[in-house]
Structures are given as structure tokens and as C-alpha cells.
Design a protein around this ligand. Structure first.
Ligand SMILES: Nc1ncnc2c1ncn2[C@@H]1O[C@H](COP(=O)(O)OP(=O)(O)O)[C@@H](O)[C@H]1O
Ligand SMILES: [Mg+2]
Length: 274
């Protein structure tokens, strides 16, 4: 199994010297989907931003983030432009904010693809349509003529996923990509996301506050609690034999939810089995 990214003692501090993210170390293997789970405020987004070199002013990353043998934390501005999008991509919750409101989606799609590749406009358009169809955007040619505000939140999130994966990045970090959407749309989009990522040979990191969401997608799960990774396991081991009390708490909450569902639906309880 090839390693794709190694995070080595990565921590985040602020100007006052407070540590917001405790030193974290883990390795992401090619084509193994990693889930990062933790409650709101636990440090998930800081970790993603630190890996991407996108921490806000006043926050500082320490340690090493090794990608293809290079420490990304040593990147200059130009090197980051080369790395982001093409090698490593970040998908955030609020896609609306990521698009230019005054430009058609087609132009944004094509501009992004042309910046990173040397394929011509027509080929870019074809690729855009292909990727959009794979995330279930109906009549992509027509949707691409829209401005961002003309699409729903779910459609924009699909656009963002398609645009990101069109570039075939080695690694995609998706930070709560579907949290703003209803749960049926969420699981729909995530399964298409995972399929398209595999097709485009991208490795996926999925960040969520919801263990249930991550469990269906991830091969491995890192649990983060109060700025610290408290557990890192293969998904099935974590589910069967959680090691940390916080992971057990997350699992119990989950199981209580499905127990309640089963009770309401008059079903026998399967809540403690898989
Ligand atoms: N720009 C910032 N300056 C200072 N503290 C921050 C900043 N951004 C986030 N934090 C703090 O770092 C912690 C982790 O935040 P974050 O990574 O956004 O959490 P999560 O994504 O898990 O909800 C929180 O306590 C938050 O208040
Ligand atoms: Mg966050």
C-alpha cells in the first residue's frame, strides 16, 4: 500500500502561544478513504487548513506534512499554487461562497481546468459534463450555463465535487461537504463522491461531526477530541471495539438513535449489531 500523505507531529498554535491542535501524526494510504470525526470545535477544520497551508492570519502550523517526499509546510506561495487543486484539493461546506457569483459555472469550470491542465476549451467542457453526470447532475450542458445562485445547495455541492475531481487530484480533503444538506441528499452525494474519486484515482479524506456519515464511507477513522486525535483505527475495528471513552460515547449516541428509530418503526432492535 502506497502512502500518499504523512502528517508528522502537526500542531497549530495562536499568537498567544495557545495550542489549538495538539501534535498529530498519521499516514494516509492511497485509495483508502480516511474519515476524521469529532464534535464541533474539536479542531477538524484547523487540521485540514493546516495541511492545505490555509490557516488564517495569527495561527501557525508546526511539524511536517510530507507529500511525495516534500514537506508542504515549507512551500512558498508559488509552490502552493502548484500543489492546491492539482495535487491536493479542499472541498468546504459552503460551496456558494467558493464560486464567483457573477460568472457562469461553465466559465468557472473551464477556467479552473485550463489553469491546471493544457486541454482545450472543448475538451474541458466535455470533461465537465462527464464528471457532472457521474454525480447525478441531470442535463449538465444546461446546468453549466447557470450562475451559482440559480442552483440549489445540493447541486452546487455536486458541481464543486465534479470540478474538484475533474482535475484528478491525488488527494481530496472534504471538510463537512454535505453537512448543510438533508440526510438523504447527503448520503446520495457522498456515495457518488466516493465512486467518482475512485474513478479519478483520487484518495479521499472525509471530515464530519457525524460518525454515522463517515462510517459508511471511510476505511479508516481518526477520532478527534478537544484538539487531539484520541483514536485511529480501521472502521470495522473502531465500530466493534472502540478504545477511547469518547469514541464509545459517539458510538452509544449513534446506537441510541437507531434504537429509537427501530422502536418507532416497530422493528426488533438491531442497534447493537452492524
Ligand atoms: N482563526 C482562529 N483563531 C483562534 N482560534 C480559532 C480560529 N479558528 C478556530 N479556532 C479555534 O480552534 C478550535 C478548533 O476549531 P475548528 O478546527 O474550526 O473546529 P471544527 O472544525 O472541529 O468544528 C475551536 O476552539 C476554535 O474556536
Ligand atoms: Mg469545521
Amino acid at each position: 500500500m502506497t502512502d500518499i500523505l504523512t502528517v508528522d507531529n502537526l500542531s497549530v498554535t495562536d499568537n498567544a502561544g495557545n495550542t489549538l491542535l495538539q501534535p498529530a501524526s498519521f499516514t494516509i494510504s492511497r485509495y483508502r478513504t480516511l474519515g476524521i470525526v469529532g464534535e464541533s470545535g474539536s479542531g477538524k477544520s484547523l487540521m485540514a487548513k493546516a495541511i492545505m497551508g490555509l490557516l488564517p492570519a495569527g495561527l501557525h502550523a508546526h511539524g511536517r506534512v510530507l507529500f511525495r517526499g516534500r514537506d508542504l509546510l515549507k512551500n512558498n506561495k508559488y509552490q502552493w499554487q502548484q500543489t492546491r487543486g492539482k495535487d491536493i484539493s479542499l472541498i468546504i461546506q459552503d460551496s456558494m461562497g467558493a464560486f464567483d457569483p457573477l460568472m457562469t459555472l461553465k466559465d468557472q469550470f473551464i477556467e479552473t481546468l485550463q489553469y491546471h491542465t493544457n486541454i482545450n476549451r472543448d475538451a474541458c467542457f466535455q470533461l465537465a459534463c462527464q464528471c457532472l453526470a457521474r454525480v447525478n447532475i441531470k442535463v449538465p450542458e444546461q446546468k453549466l450555463t447557470c450562475l451559482p445562485h440559480q442552483l440549489s445547495g445540493g447541486q452546487l455541492q455536486r458541481m464543486m465535487i465534479a470540478m474538484t475531481l475533474a482535475l484528478k487530484p491525488s488527494l481530496v480533503i472534504a471538510d463537512e461537504p454535505t453537512t448543510a444538506l438533508d440526510s438523504i441528499t447527503q448520503s446520495d452525494i457522498l456515495s457518488q463522491f466516493k465512486l467518482l474519486a475512485a474513478e479519478r484515482q483520487s484518495t479521499l479524506v472525509l471530515i464530519s461531526h457525524d460518525l454515522g456519515v463517515v462510517r459508511n464511507i471511510a476505511d479508516d477513522i481518526a477520532v478527534i477530541y478537544q484538539g487531539r486525535i484520541v483514536e485511529y483505527q480501521k472502521t470495522e475495528f473502531l465500530w466493534e471495539a472502540p478504545q477511547h471513552s469518547y469514541t464509545r460515547f459517539l458510538l452509544d449516541t449513534r446506537k441510541r438513535l437507531s434504537l429509537r428509530f427501530n422502536t418507532i418503526m416497530g422493528r426488533a432492535s438491531h442497534a447493537t449489531s452492524r
